[in-house]
Design a protein around this ligand. Structure first.
Ligand SMILES: [Zn+2]
Length: 152
């Protein structure tokens, strides 16, 4: 990659370490021309399945959208940015592990709910109430009981 400061084509790696729980390599580089340092990240190219929405239309998986809904549910909750990143990559790993080319948005919602349930109960309730659009308190209570039975 070209130096972001002077656009020179050459840089040397001065440090290399694993990041994001071993899913990324972070490289500290130094430009051989201007001596400025910058960081690059290397990670797998992963293909996420397409998402089939409830109306039957499909769309590409959107990490930014998933991140936004997680951040929304976790607003002002005692979780670190690190924990959010971990849960975000864990959710995507689970989706990839399904091994399908198309995954229903319903399935993704359930994976997200399980992950949130393990992380923070308040965030789980927030996400579930928006996602499932519960008609009554009873339906909501049943959902929570179901989650608890799954041994989270
Ligand atoms: Zn440079």
């Amino acid at each position: 990659m070209h130096c972001p400061f002077c656009n020179a084509a050459d840089s040397k790696v001065i440090d290399s370490r694993l990041a994001a729980e071993g899913c990324q390599i972070r490289r500290r580089r130094e430009c051989v021309c201007c001596g400025e340092r910058f960081t690059t990240f290397e990670s797998y190219e992963v293909v996420m399945p397409r998402v089939i929405k409830s109306d039957g239309k499909s769309e590409p998986f959107d990490e930014a959208k998933l991140r936004r809904s997680l951040m929304h549910a976790l607003q002002k909750r005692p979780v670190t940015q690190e924990q959010i990143e971990t849960v975000l990559s864990d959710i995507q790993l689970q989706i990839r592990r399904l091994g399908e080319r198309d995954v229903r948005s319903l399935t993704i919602g359930e994976i997200v709910m399980q992950s949130l349930f393990a992380l923070d109960h308040v965030a789980y309730v927030r996400f579930a109430s928006v996602y499932q659009d519960f008609q009554d308190v009873e339906a909501f209570r049943r959902q929570i009981e179901q989650m608890q039975h799954r041994g989270q």
